[in-house]
Design a protein around this ligand. Structure first.
Ligand code: ATP
Ligand code: MG
Length: 451
C-alpha cells in the first residue's frame, strides 16, 4: 500500500512538469478526468480560456475529486476581472461588496467565479489588535491566489481543457498521504483568521484526513481568538459543521481540542448532564444519518435539540418556584433563546420553529379526547414526533409514549378509538373557565401558534 502510494506520488514525478514554483501534474498521474466537472463549470473555464484568460476549477472541488468524493459545487478562479467575466457571459451578475465575485448562470446551475486574489503583505495589512486580517481583497496572480488559501489540499487548480492540476504547495502529495496541512506558518494563519481552526476540525472530520501535527499544534494555545470573530461568521461555520454529515465526529474533535467553549456556550453545560449529552449526540447522529440519506434537515430542528435540555432545566426550575406549567414553559423558552441570542446569535428567524417544536412536546402526553387527532393535524407534527423519538431514545421521555404515537398515527379509526386514554382534563378546564372569564389558559394546546 505504502509502496504503491510512493510509486504514485514519486514514481511518475518525472512526468510532472515544473513551471516556476508550480508542479503541473498530468492526468496520467492524478487520474481526474474532466467528466467529473459539471458541464456549467466546464463552460465557464472554456469560455474564459477562449477569450484569452486563465481559468481553473479550484479549491474544495479539486480536493474532493482527488479523494473520490462528490464535490458540492465547482468554484472557478481566473485572471479575468469581474467586469471581464461579465463581458464573456451575458447571463452573469457581480455579487459581494467586500470581494466581488461573479455568478455565471447556466440553466439551473450557478458557477461562482472569482478573480485571483493575493494576501495583503504584513506591512500594509489591516488587522485588528489580535492580528486578524480585516481586508484580503486585492487582486493577485495565480501563485498568490494559491498562497492565500488555507490548506495545501484546498489550493489546487484543475484545468478541464488539459486535465492538468497546478500545485504550488504540494497539496497533491498531501492528499495522497491523507494529510490536511496549513499553507505557511499555521500560527500566523490562525491569527489572520481564527475560523481556520474550525475549518481544520470540520474538514479533517468530514474528509477523514489526518491533521498534520504542526497544523494541529498551535490550536490549543490560540482558541481564545475565536472570541474576536464576528458572530454571524461563527454561526455560519457552526452550521457548516453541524450540517456536514459528520457532526458527531466534528463535535467529538472540538471537545478533544477543547474548542467547543464559546461556540455553543450551552453545549458545555448540556454535555455535562448525562441525559443532555445522550440527547445531543443522538440528535447529531440523526442529522448525520439524514444528510447521508439526502433527506432534508433543518437548522431549527438541530438548534431546538441542542437547547432542549436547557429549556427542560429552566422549565422545571420555574415550576418548582410555583409557576404554572404553560407559563413556565414559555418563560423558559424565552430565557434560553435570549441567552443564546447574546452568545451565539442564533438568528431570530429560527425562533418560531424551535418554539413550536418545544411547545408541541407536552402535547404528546395528552392522549384523551380529540387532542391527539388535533395534534396529528399540526403542520409541524412530523418534526415534533421525530423530536419526541429522540427524547424517548435518550431516556428522557417514556419509551411507551413513542410507541403509542407510532401506532396511533397509522391506526384505523376504530383502533384509534380503542387507544385513546380516559379524558379528564377538558372537564377541569371548563370548570376553571366558568369561574373566571380572564383565567390564563392552562393547557398547552391553547397557547400554540397553530391550532
Ligand atoms: P466545502 O466542501 O465544505 O465547501 P471548501 O474547502 O470548498 O469545503 P469553502 O468554504 O467552499 O470550503 O471555500 C472554498 C475555498 O476557499 C477553500 O477550498 C479554500 O481554498 C478557500 N478558503 C475558504 N475559507 C478560507 C479561509 N478561512 N482561509 C483561507 N482560505 C479559505
Ligand atoms: Mg466549497
Amino acid at each position: 500500500m505504502i509502496k504503491k502510494l510512493f510509486k504514485r506520488v514519486f514514481g511518475k514525478a518525472a512526468r510532472t512538469k515544473m513551471e516556476g514554483r508550480c508542479h503541473i501534474i498530468p492526468f496520467e498521474v492524478h487520474g481526474v478526468s474532466r467528466d467529473g466537472i459539471s458541464p456549467a463549470a466546464r463552460r465557464v473555464t472554456g469560455g474564459l480560456q477562449a477569450a484569452g484568460y486563465k481559468a481553473f476549477v479550484v479549491g474544495g472541488a479539486v480536493r474532493d475529486l482527488l479523494l473520490e468524493r462528490h464535490p458540492k459545487d465547482f468554484d472557478i478562479a481566473t485572471d479575468a476581472t469581474p467586469e471581464d467575466v461579465r463581458r464573456v457571459f451575458r447571463r452573469s451578475r457581480i455579487i459581494g461588496r467586500r470581494f466581488r465575485l461573479v455568478h455565471v448562470m447556466f440553466g439551473e446551475e450557478t458557477v461562482e467565479t472569482s478573480t485571483f486574489r493575493r494576501m495583503i503583505e504584513a506591512e500594509d495589512a489591516q488587522t485588528d489588535e489580535h492580528g486578524r486580517l480585516l481586508r484580503d481583497n486585492e487582486f493577485g496572480d495565480q501563485e498568490q491566489d494559491a498562497a492565500r488559501r488555507d490548506f495545501t489540499a484546498n489550493a489546487l487548480f484543475y484545468d478541464p481543457a488539459s486535465q492538468e492540476i497546478y500545485d504550488y504547495h504540494n497539496g497533491y502529495a498531501d492528499i495522497r498521504a491523507n494529510t490536511l496541512r496549513m499553507i505557511g506558518d499555521p500560527a500566523v494563519r490562525y491569527r489572520e483568521d481564527p475560523v481556520r481552526m474550525l475549518r481544520a476540525v470540520r474538514l479533517s472530520a468530514k474528509l477523514g484526513m489526518r491533521l498534520d501535527a504542526a497544523t494541529a499544534a498551535p490550536i490549543a494555545g490560540m482558541k481564545e481568538l475565536l472570541g474576536n470573530v464576528p458572530q454571524a461568521r461563527l454561526l455560519d461555520e457552526m452550521l457548516k459543521l453541524l450540517l456536514s454529515g459528520h457532526a458527531v465526529e466534528c463535535v467529538k474533535k472540538l471537545r478533544a481540542m477543547d474548542l467547543h467553549h464559546g461556540l455553543l456556550p450551552m453545549l458545555d453545560v448540556i454535555l455535562e448532564q448525562p441525559l443532555g449529552e445522550k440527547f445531543v449526540m443522538l440528535a447529531l447522529e440523526n442529522t448525520d444519518q439524514r444528510i447521508r440519506e439526502e433527506k432534508s434537515t433543518s437548522p431549527a430542528f438541530l438548534f431546538a435539540a441542542l437547547l432542549w435540555h436547557e429549556v427542560l432545566a429552566d422549565w422545571k426550575k420555574l415550576q418548582d418556584a410555583g409557576e404554572k406549567p404553560v407559563a413556565a414553559l414559555h418563560k423558559a423558552m424565552d430565557d434560553v433563546l435570549g441567552r443564546q441570542q447574546v452568545q451565539l446569535a442564533i438568528p431570530r428567524r429560527y425562533d418560531a420553529i424551535m418554539k413550536e417544536l418545544w411547545l408541541l412536546q407536552p402535547r404528546f402526553e395528552q392522549r384523551g379526547g380529540q387532542r391527539p387527532i388535533r395534534l396529528l393535524a399540526q403542520p409541524r407534527f412530523r418534526a415534533a414526533y421525530d423530536f419526541l423519538l429522540l427524547r424517548c431514545e435518550s431516556g428522557e421521555a417514556n419509551e411507551e409514549l413513542g410507541l403509542w404515537w407510532d401506532e396511533f398515527q397509522d391506526a384505523s379509526e376504530q383502533r384509534r378509538a380503542e387507544m385513546l386514554l380516559p379524558d379528564e382534563a377538558p372537564k377541569k378546564r371548563r370548570r376553571r373557565k366558568k369561574s373566571s372569564a380572564e383565567a390564563k389558559p392552562e393547557a398547552v394546546q391553547i397557547v400554540l401558534p397553530i391550532e
